[in-house]
Ligand binder design. Structure first.
Ligand code: MN
Length: 405
């Protein structure tokens, strides 16, 4: 089987840099979508393809499994290369890349895949998605917790769960397809699939006669829909014939543009360039958790405070009536820190003036029982020998109005 391929990579209409990279270097075909801070994504995606070019064993492999093993090994080497580079340069920390690779061998195409770039096969007019997205939402769809339609508009749809270069080991999906003459394959980054749906991809691949025209049509469609991300496609046609000779180095680097000077940019853009290149895509980000967590902390704080306040009991005045309250006397702004526990039958004019002052600020007690006890022994009501327990002085007790005891 002979493969005929065309590649296109385009920065899109929003981003200043292109962090995607792609290759059509028979027998290797690949797309990579870099992630990371300023320019780090570009370095990661290109480093991945460069490592593949140098390290991937072209075969012949004895069977599919050994081809998969060879691809996994090459991707693991790319993983280490990116990680080592990121470790040695603080500005590159956290960089990584998606990687979707096809290795052509005779009638077969061995594929290896990490991240949310995709492989598709158009066969006899039917488009089939070959890869699974390693994203949070795709995981939820596989578990039946989200529909594909919901996933397509989900706010966290770009959060990926696997990438090359992020941790010491990388899990790689591998599989093989048996090629048939007339097959058209597509490897692409999410800059295409985030805006162009599968039906439109099928349409563009079906109507375009050559691989060049198909690649052009796909990129054009993504840009027509706003081109919010870098767009990269590799379109491959399988035809009867001898395979193309191996290429040594036709890795296509990401289209790089000179970094514009700060004065050419607005403050917002300058800040954006200082921060991660893609704040809303690819990096698993947990910032969205902050508001709900803060809200929960505030609610818990309020509940604990209320419980603490309510566990206290005091005897005070509700208008002209002596009452038992839960909480503490007084208020914070418009918020009272207490609520009525129970009213007593005692009115203010039955209590000596010196004790009324204490009631106005609240006589704190340990429990409801103690509060009732205190009320029962209010100075004017109590017998002289127990009145000491609530602290009247003999001289002041003379001001008590007539009690009802
Ligand atoms: Mn992307």
């Amino acid at each position: 089987m002979r493969l005929e391929a065309a590649v296109r990579t385009d920065p899109g209409l929003v981003r200043a840099n292109n962090e995607d990279a792609c290759a059509a270097a028979p027998p290797l075909y690949a797309v990579a979508d870099g992630l990371g801070g300023h320019q780090a994504g570009e370095i990661a995606s290109n480093l991945a393809l460069e490592t593949l070019r140098r390290r991937a064993e072209r075969g012949p492999h004895s069977d599919d499994e050994s081809a998969h093993e060879s691809l996994r090994r090459a991707i693991q080497q790319a993983n280490s290369a990116i990680l080592d580079r990121a470790t040695s340069d603080a500005r590159l920390r956290g960089m990584g890349t998606t990687l979707t690779v096809g290795l052509h061998e005779g009638e077969r195409l061995h594929l290896a895949h990490v991240g949310d770039s995709r492989g598709y096969l158009l066969r006899e007019g039917e488009l089939k998605r070959l890869t699974e997205d390693h994203t949070l939402v795709a995981e939820l769809v596989r578990r039946g917790e989200l529909t594909r339609e919901e996933a397509a508009v989900h706010p966290q749809r770009s959060v990926i769960t696997r990438a090359v270069g992020i941790s010491r080991t990388v899990e790689v999906d591998t599989f093989t397809i048996e090629l048939r003459a007339g097959d058209r394959l597509l490897l692409c980054t999410d800059g295409l699939t985030s805006v162009v749906d599968d039906d439109e991809i099928a349409q563009a691949l079906s109507v375009s006669t050559g691989t060049d025209a198909a690649a052009e049509a796909l990129v054009g469609r993504a840009n027509a829909l706003g081109g919010p991300d870098n767009i990269t496609v590799v379109v491959i046609d399988a035809e009867e014939g001898e395979p193309s000779p191996w290429m040594e180095a036709t890795i296509e680097p990401a289209e790089t543009q000179p970094a514009p000077s700060a004065s050419d940019h607005s403050w917002a853009e300058a800040m954006h360039r200082l921060g991660p290149r893609r704040p809303t895509t690819h990096r698993p980000r947990w910032n969205w958790l902050l508001p709900p967590v803060l809200a929960i902390l505030v609610i818990v704080g309020v509940l604990v405070f209320r419980a603490a306040v309510n566990s206290r009991v005091y005897v005070g005045l509700d208008g002209q009536t002596v009452a038992i309250f839960h909480g503490v006397s007084g208020s914070v702004g418009p918020f009272k820190l207490h609520h009525m526990g129970e009213r007593t039958g005692v009115t203010a004019d039955q209590v000596p003036e010196w004790y009324l002052q204490r009631l106005r600020s609240g006589v704190v007690v340990g429990s409801m029982a103690e509060a009732r006890e205190t009320v029962a022994r209010l100075p004017s009501l109590a017998s002289p020998e127990t009145s000491d327990s609530v602290g009247p002085s003999p001289s002041s007790s003379t001001s008590a109005p007539g009690g009802h005891g």
